[in-house]
Ligand binder design. Sequence first.
Ligand SMILES: Cc1cc2nc3c(=O)[nH]c(=O)nc-3n(C[C@H](O)[C@H](O)[C@H](O)COP(=O)(O)OP(=O)(O)OC[C@H]3O[C@@H](n4cnc5c(N)ncnc54)[C@H](O)[C@@H]3O)c2cc1C
Length: 496
Amino acid sequence: MIKSVLIVGGGSAGWITANMLNADMKRANLPVQITLIESPDIPTIGVGEATVPSIRRTMTGIGLSEQDLMQSAEATFKTLIRFINWNKGEAYDHPFDRRPRPGSEQLARQWSARNGKRFDQTVSVLSQIADENLAPKTPQTPQYQANFPYAYHLDAIKLANRLSDFGRERGIQHVQAKIEAVSVQPDGQIASVTTDQGETYSADLFVDCTGFRSVLLGDALNVGLKTYSDYLLCDRAVTMRVPYDVYKPEQIVTYTRSIARDAGWQWDINLQTRRGLGYVYSSAFLSDDEAEAQLRASEGPHTKDIPANRIKFASTKRHVSWKKNCVAIGLSDGFLEPLESSGLYMIEYGAQMLGLMLQDFAHAPDATIRNFNRNMDDLYEEVLSFINLHYVISNRRDTPFWRAATADSAIWSGLKEKLEIWQNRPPHDMDMHGPQRLFALDSFEFILHGMKYVAPDHGLTPTMPDHTEILKKCRTHLPKHEVFLDLLARASRAMA
Ligand SMILES: Cc1cc2nc3c(=O)[nH]c(=O)nc-3n(C[C@H](O)[C@H](O)[C@H](O)COP(=O)(O)OP(=O)(O)OC[C@H]3O[C@@H](n4cnc5c(N)ncnc54)[C@H](O)[C@@H]3O)c2cc1C
């Protein structure tokens, strides 16, 4: 029986994992003491502003109300990613829709990129709803439930802070100290960790949420990294926060903008009181100074007094996520790249598995570890395949970066054969990798058709769905995004 879990690290990974485990154990009536140790002097990475819809299920499980989440993390709605300049030609969307209405499955199979209409706008109404800046739900829709699929843009630091308060109120023990030493037994198990204040802590299971430092799994247990940098070339980001009192766009939009640039791509995320901007680029093709200059130039002179944050990362994953009595969740285990907002999902998925497998570990440790590691490897491969797709099928060849990113050698082996097949017929469920945890066929279709990669299914004439009625209803019932946010702020003030 596992009675104690010690989590090291208090970023999004640490606090999401701590709260999910705590809620799971309480639901199962299992007396497991959860302790989280974080260094007050080592900052969290401070990015991770775009989420995917699973975050709603995660927060429901934790027990944090939607109003609380949205107010404390300055969240806005996110219904899709808009890809701009990824291909010569028009922009396209990756909405969160999954085959919403009967007939769309057949349509997706029969779709011809040459019939002149955009696939995303034909299959889904979300692009239109986003263009009209409507919220995906009404204030009366029950919390976390949806009229249309949605996630959030949020302030990751504020979310972690709120989850810290929330978790401590519910019994998570919190220690602010830096881990300076890790004691490993001869059999390879972690015995204890010692802080800079001289305190020693032991536990039945240790969770490494120390970010890229990977203090427990990487440093203490010597688990190395496998790299995906041949397929995902970006390894740097420069980010900036632009408050609305410095510059406010016309609308607070419900989509992430992903704009392809000469040596990578740039995000633009709208929160309640500011925008988050970031240029993700390859250091082989652009210097850090030049990247920052380009980010500032793309935004305008009002960024002159706004500080920029430079981040180094690598597309890597630990050889195993769980070894002996230590499991890594979050950046300590790995990271691919932020293009499809998969980082927080990996944490949710790892923490959910851990909640399920915690007691398995007590009686079948080796099988549990293999099970966890296999599932996490599969998820990484699924996400790698999907992100790699965005780059390799681009028809851009205009800069050295784009020539390298679209080279044959940059296509991940797990994707290569599928791309050969999809040149001749549209993708099918049976082509997909494994159980499709995050990116199912629908997501692949939005990218493949958006980039006009897929060959038409000759001889078939798709029946186009008509969105007129549903859009009429949306315009009548759904509030504008900013009206929704306003009502939310007022309700929160009234409750305070
Ligand atoms: C450029 C970029 C953009 C991203 N954008 C997104 C996005 O849009 N959406 C998304 O889902 N994900 C995104 N991610 C991923 C996301 O940021 C991370 O998955 C998430 O923030 C989790 O980070 P973490 O908690 O693992 O690490 P961190 O935030 O780095 O936290 C590490 C914690 O460990 C503590 N620590 C470290 N060493 C010690 C020690 N010795 N003793 C005690 N404590 C210690 C630190 O104090 C800190 O609390 C992005 C990542 C990058 C690099």
